[in-house]
Design a protein around this ligand. Structure first.
Ligand SMILES: Cc1cc2nc3c(=O)[nH]c(=O)nc-3n(C[C@H](O)[C@H](O)[C@H](O)COP(=O)(O)OP(=O)(O)OC[C@H]3O[C@@H](n4cnc5c(N)ncnc54)[C@H](O)[C@@H]3O)c2cc1C
Length: 417
């Protein structure tokens, strides 16, 4: 206990008790159990994102994790961190704390209980076992490096609930996505005040895309189907192609393929005019579809497309290509055929925006990896400050990759701090 006028003092302060902060705390305590380790979190309840992840089941990691599943920091940089706490080590760690994981056909790994609560409870039980203190309702407003008369460098951490002084600090405050969970971006501001230069753009990723009111695709709300999305420059040069399931919503587009595409669309459209198109028959080539339409004879076009696509989508595609619903192959003009092939294989998705940080699963941008020593996750700008998790400029695709980054970078920060 500190004296009445003396600030509370700890050896390691972890700001943010999400996935990365919990791992950092656990590994800091496992590495040196004789220190006072304190997690400060602004939220009333800990682990909100773990609990909502994966639809409440928490997609902990993926069967195969490579640096190419991430954006932001370079593959080489990401690889250095993932290599220190790999997917098999993650699976082993969770088994050791009592969480067995199962692999789904998509490659995603979930707890066998299908409950995110199992993951959070096990992590919290481990923090208790290790004597880690968790202070909730402690939103850190400011962090100030101070040098003692003895020459010792400390951090003075201020929150409305009081001050705490620590010799080491781990900033694990997440990004800006779903701010109601506590990750409201203030941690990025703390990093900036401490001298870090943030990436020029910080934007939502894994976020649904919006279509204009009245876009016919919004009438298809509820339909889900496999699609191939292609993002190109106006010149036609391809920027990104993504295969996967797409879900129509009343506001626009969602589903894994759309969520994965969102960060590319946002990054590209801020710099230049881009075009996003969908192929509703990803396995079908232009030539094959053209031949099938040419050989259709007296059969209806709608009938052909209905064999492979939901009827409501077929109606929308025919309307887009200005082809009457009952038209047969024999009556199809060359122009109509061209329009229809375009509608089926290169449907222009006139995206107007995204649903923003409020619902985005992750944040793109943050503290550049170049400003972090990746062997320790220590800041290259401020000695004694470590960073991990989503605050870093790393965002993964859908499938457990973002948690894997949080576990791996949290581990490196924890064992090094
Ligand atoms: C709906 C949803 C579903 C998701 N599903 C998955 C999934 O299934 N698999 C996957 O891999 N990823 C998923 N993600 C992404 C994943 O949850 C995040 O990438 C991951 O939680 C990031 O961990 P973190 O510890 O860096 O940050 P966070 O989990 O955001 O934790 C940061 C913590 O810091 C605290 N904090 C912030 N600022 C301060 C401050 N100033 N002072 C004190 N405390 C502060 C917050 O309260 C919070 O507790 C999902 C995200 C969302 C939103």
């Amino acid at each position: 206990m500190s004296e009445p006028n003396e600030p509370d003092r700890c050896d390691v302060a972890i700001v943010g008790g999400g996935a990365a902060g919990l791992l950092a705390a656990i590994w800091a305590a496992r590495t040196d159990p004789h220190r006072r380790i304190v997690i400060l979190d602004g939220a009333r309840r800990i682990g909100a994102k773990i609990l909502i992840a994966g639809g409440g089941r928490c997609n902990v990691t993926n069967k195969k994790v490579t640096p190419h599943d991430y954006w932001g920091g370079s593959s080489n940089a990401v690889k250095k961190v993932l290599g220190r706490f790999t997917q098999p080590q993650t699976v082993e760690f969770f088994a050791e704390i009592g969480v067995t994981l199962k692999r789904e056909p998509t490659g995603k790994l979930f707890p066998t209980t299908d409950k995110a609560r199992t993951v959070l409870d096990a992590l919290l039980a481990e923090t208790t076992r290790l004597g880690i203190e968790i202070k909730l309702n402690h939103r850190v407003e400011n962090i100030r490096p101070v040098t003692q008369e003895t020459g010792e460098n400390l951090f003075e951490i201020t929150s409305p609930a009081g001050h705490i002084v620590s010799s080491k600090i781990v900033l694990a405050t997440g990004g800006k996505s779903v701010p109601k969970t506590g990750s409201d971006g203030h941690g990025l501001e703390l990093a900036r005040r401490l001298g870090h230069e943030l990436t020029p753009r910080i934007f939502p990723a894994l976020v649904p895309l919006q279509l204009a009111d009245g876009n016919p695709l919004t009438q298809l709300s509820g339909i889900s189907l496999p699609a191939q999305l292609t993002l190109s420059e106006q010149s036609g040069k391809r920027i990104e192609t993504i295969h996967g399931d797409l879900l129509f919503t009343h506001k626009g587009l969602s589903g894994p393929a759309v969520l994965d595409m969102s960060r590319h669309w946002l990054a590209a459209q801020s710099e230049r005019t881009v075009c996003l198109t969908a192929s509703w028959l990803p396995e079908c080539s232009l030539e094959l579809l053209q031949t099938q339409l040419q050989n259709l004879g007296s059969r209806s076009i709608r009938g052909l497309l209905r064999e492979r696509l939901p009827d409501r989508l077929v109606e929308t595609l025919l309307a887009f290509a200005e082809i009457p619903l009952e038209q047969t192959g024999a009556d199809l003009t060359k122009l109509q055929r061209k329009n229809l092939v375009g509608a089926v294989l290169q449907y222009p998705l006139d995206v107007t925006g995204t649903l923003g940080f409020k619902v985005a699963e992750v944040t793109a941008g943050g503290v550049p990896l170049a400003q972090i020593d990746l062997k320790t996750m220590q800041s290259r700008i401020v000695a004694g400050l470590h960073l991990c998790g989503e605050i870093c400029d790393v965002d993964g695709r859908i499938g457990g990759f973002n948690f894997q980054w949080a576990w791996s970078s949290g581990y490196v920060a924890g064992v090094s701090v």
